[in-house]
Design a protein around this ligand. Structure first.
Ligand SMILES: Cc1ncc(COP(=O)(O)O)c(C=O)c1O
Length: 413
């Protein structure tokens, strides 16, 4: 079997995106305009949200959400295991990041710890739960806690397109939610993001904030009387707009979204069967790798398929001391990296799930943090492996990934 290097992901692009982009380029209107509006309307329909605001990325969207809710010069809780952007946006708004550890079963924020943090520090004004890898955090509980402590909830839905709890799409639980259309996500616009909210007032602020603070959009002004007069600017805004070129790709992607999500979850099902039904030294592979847990009533969007590599169950117990835990983490981290290195040599791309932000130079130095301060996040950073996942994956590619993984495990473990 001859298989080229298998990427971690591949955007699901065909002629329809090429045609959509050509149409916009030929139209003469390239910036935020009718295509952006159409993309917003389709996205609202898909997520069941009242309002949608297209932006240049999830990061800029999260920044706008914080400003729209007046969460500035304060403190905001962020899970320690997330992409750095979730914490960076808090820093943009002159607030302090307060990290919270995660639940290793879901990779999402640990709600008991969230409550403890809020109980101890009443000056915190918001939480940004991350629906990591496509699985919603325990949002009903988070919203309940947020009400108890009078704080705002901004969902980081960068990865959670297609992620639901009881048929409610992610983004609809908090005050607002923000999606990413970076090519590593299930649907893409190159770069891009979308904020959803069910609150008219927040929506009205967001559409101004993304467009320099203007009271009227460029497209509206150009197509109405007095187009020669510039609008009023009552608030200080940004240029965080999406272009119609990007939006046209998004429209085309949304039309294929059901297929994309279905085929991603079918590949995950095949991975799960592979881990359960293949053995090494008399143990099935799912005892070497913890597979993602999907709580009852949840639908996983599977932006990524991330497993946790470790055979030492004591790592997950609270009975062993932290030094012993750190030693286990570093021992298995060496093996995790060897597995990824050998897979790379065979032509199978993998990645660590994401990083523990409290261990990154800027945050470590600024807040004086040690890895063990959020030990589950550190475990996830050091031991997670994300496997290739994209709808175009062929049977040959899937079998090659599984064969390679089995081969590598047999040599390394
Ligand atoms: C959890 C999380 N938040 C935020 C972002 C930032 O998204 P964007 O690249 O669209 O700004 C990402 C991107 O990977 C992410 O994974």
């Amino acid at each position: 079997m001859v298989v080229k290097k298998i990427p971690i992901t591949l955007p699901f692009i065909d002629q329809s995106e090429v045609d959509a982009v050509s149409e916009v380029i030929r139209s003469g209107w390239l910036v935020q305009g009718p295509k952006t509006k159409q993309f917003e309307d389709l996205f609202r329909e898909f997520t069941g949200s009242k309002y949608a605001v297209a932006v240049s990325s999830c990061t800029t969207g999260l920044h706008l959400c914080l400003e729209a809710l007046s969460i500035v010069n304060t403190k905001v809780i962020v899970p320690a295991f997330t992409f750095v952007a979730t914490a960076n946006v808090v820093e943009y708004t002159n607030s302090q990041v307060v990290f919270c550890d995660i639940d290793l079963n879901t990779f999402n924020i640990e709600v008991n710890e969230l409550r403890n943090i809020l109980e101890k520090d009443k000056s915190i004004k918001a939480v940004i739960p991350v629906n990591l890898f496509g699985l919603c955090a325990d949002l009903p509980e988070i919203v309940k806690i947020a009400k108890d402590y009078g704080i705002k909830v901004i969902e980081d839905c960068a990865c959670s397109f297609g992620g639901y709890i009881n048929d409610i799409h992610s983004g609809n639980f908090g005050d607002c939610g923000c999606f990413s259309f970076h090519p590593r996500k299930a649907i893409t616009t190159g770069e891009g993001g979308m904020i959803v909210t069910n609150d008219r007032e927040i929506y009205e602020i967001l559409i101004r904030l993304r467009n320099h603070g203007a009271e009227v959009s460029d497209y509206h002004r150009h197509n109405n009387q007095y187009s020669f007069l510039l609008p009023e600017y009552n608030i200080r805004g940004y240029n965080y707009r999406m272009t119609d070129i990007q939006a046209s790709i998004g429209i085309s992607q949304l039309k294929k979204a059901d297929y994309i999500l279905k085929s991603r979850s079918q590949i995950v099902e095949r991975y799960v069967n592979f881990f359960r039904n293949n053995f090494h030294k008399g143990r099935s592979l799912d005892s070497y790798f913890r597979l993602p847990l999907v709580p009852s009533g949840y639908r996983h969007g599977y932006q990524s398929f991330v497993v946790l590599f470790c055979m030492d169950e004591s790592l997950f117990s609270s009975d062993i001391d932290i030094d012993a835990k750190l030693e286990i983490i570093s021992r298995w981290n060496v093996k995790r990296n060897e597995i990824m290195y050998e897979l790379e040599k065979l032509g199978v791309s993998t990645r660590q799930g994401t990083h523990s932000v409290h261990t990154l130079g800027y945050y470590k130095r600024k807040y004086g943090l040690r890895p063990q301060d959020f030990v589950n996040s550190y475990i996830a950073d050091r031991l997670s492996i994300s496997l290739p996942l994209f709808p175009q994956m062929t049977d040959d590619e899937f079998l090659f990934i599984c064969d390679s993984l089995l081969k590598v495990i047999k040599v390394i473990v």
